[in-house]
Each structure stands twice: as C-alpha cells, then as structure tokens.
Design a protein around this ligand. Structure first.
Ligand SMILES: Nc1nc2c(ncn2[C@@H]2O[C@H](COP(=O)(O)OP(=O)(O)OP(=O)(O)O)[C@@H](O)[C@H]2O)c(=O)[nH]1
Ligand SMILES: [Mg+2]
Length: 227
C-alpha cells in the first residue's frame, strides 16, 4: 500500500517536473539543483557564485529549507532575485513547490536558475524538479565513505563538488579515496574541489556551469534544441 501511494506521488511530481522542464526550455533557462547533507556548503557555494557574477547577470536562486529564511537572507545580499521555499517539515523540494515559487517570476528574464535543495542526501534524490542537472556537494568533514553509504545521489548527479578542502590539513579525510569512492558509484564522474572560505576551485565551478549551460542550449536531453 505504502509503495503504491509513493509511486503515485512521484508520478504526479514527474508530470509537474516535465511541465517545468518545458518552461525552462521555452525560456532558455538553465536550471541546476544542488543537493547535499546539511551544512556541506550549498549556500556558501552559491554566495561565492553570485558574488563572482557581474551585476547584470540574469540569475536567480530558489533555496529550500525546513525552517527559517536564513539562506535566502544570506543569498539576497548579492542583489539577485532570491526566494526561500520553507517546506515546514518536508525533507526535500518537489516540483509543485518550485512551480509555486516561480509563479511571480518571469522566466524570460533569466539565464540560470539555481535551486538549493533541503539539506539531505537521500530524499531530494528522488524528486525531479525539471532541472537540467543535479549536483552533489560533499564536504571533507563528512567522511570519505559517504558516496558508498548514500550511492543514489552520487549515481544520479552530474557533478560532485568536494567542498571545504581548506580543512583537509585538520581532518582525517583521504581525498583520493573519497574521489575513488565517488567514481566507484559513478564511473567517470566529474569532480571539482572547492573551498568557499579560501576561494579555491571557484573558477572551475563557474566554467563548468557555463559549459553545461551551453550544452543544454544546444543539445537538450530528449528534446529539440533550444531555439
Ligand atoms: N572551512 C570552510 N567552511 C565552509 C566552507 N563552505 C561552507 N563552510 C561553512 O560551513 C557551514 C555550513 O555552510 P552552509 O553554506 O550553510 O551549508 P548548507 O549546505 O547550505 O547547509 P544547509 O542549507 O543547512 O543544508 C557554514 O558555517 C559555512 O561558513 C568551506 O569551503 N570551508
Ligand atoms: Mg543552505
């Protein structure tokens, strides 16, 4: 019974996600969905990303949280449109929440939409938000075994950002083993090492976004090229 209900909820989500994907395509909006454990640095990475962009960049952020508007407040300082989605207990964002949050935004005004999911390495994995790519952020304080313990998100994400590498001298984290574990779950997965405090790896991250955006514009998955 429980399985049947979950399947129904998921398929309803998939329908809404398809609708969102079509809207992103129609307006040439590149959308990425950042997923990680609580505290890995999703908001910090987005703060650094927004700070690196020119003021005229056409970007916006939806940030999900169970409680509080803290992340939206942090991100709004950069001056781009930011909206908090407070789930009130739900451990992931779903496509209905994203659709509702976008209702009073003009997608035609955007080139990139960042979605910061609720801090959780499990539940957000199953919910399509119509994004082009899921990205997993994995910080060096979490232990190098996490890709093996929570393989689904590492299998489905297109990119793994290993964050907080400035802390490597202070934590027992074997970076080479961690990356090997990522690639055991997802052979060939791209990995970018970042430090949001020491501003390391951010150029590679920004370049990845632009490369992936260009790919989305020219070779959309399962559809006509964006016109
Ligand atoms: N040393 C170090 N600290 C970092 C780095 N990135 C983020 N932090 C710190 O880690 C803590 C959590 O960062 P957040 O950006 O709030 O993490 P988050 O993934 O958005 O957390 P949730 O939204 O609660 O899931 C904050 O105190 C950040 O300042 C980093 O690269 N190095
Ligand atoms: Mg956050």
């Amino acid at each position: 019974m429980r399985v049947a209900v979950e399947e129904k909820v998921l398929s309803e989500n998939d329908k809404l996600a398809m609708r969102l994907r079509a809207r992103f395509r129609a307006h040439r909006v590149f959308c990425i969905n950042l997923i990680s454990s609580p505290g890995s640095g999703k908001t910090a990475l987005l703060e650094r990303t927004l700070a690196a962009l020119p003021a005229q960049a056409r970007v916006a952020v939806l940030t999900g949280d169970i409680q509080t508007e803290n992340d939206a407040r942090r991100l709004a300082r950069a001056g781009f449109p930011v909206k908090q989605i407070t789930t009130g207990g739900t451990c992931h964002l779903d496509a209905a929440m994203v659709e509702k949050a976008l209702a009073d935004w003009q997608l035609a005004d955007l080139d990139v939409l960042f979605i910061e999911n609720v801090g959780n390495l499990v539940c957000p994995t199953s919910y399509d938000l119509g994004e082009h790519a899921k990205i997993v952020v994995f910080s060096v304080t979490e232990g190098e075994d996490k890709p093996l313990k929570y393989p689904s998100i590492f299998a489905i994400a297109e990119l793994c950002v290993v964050n907080k590498v400035d802390l490597l001298p202070y934590v027992p984290f074997d970076l080479a083993r961690a990356i090997a574990n990522v690639r055991q779950v997802h052979p060939g997965m791209e990995v970018i090492e970042t430090s949001c405090t020491q501003l390391q790896g951010l150029d590679a991250w920004l370049a990845w976004i632009e490369r992936r955006r260009q790919r989305a514009l020219t070779e959309p998955e399962g559809g006509e090229p964006l016109s």
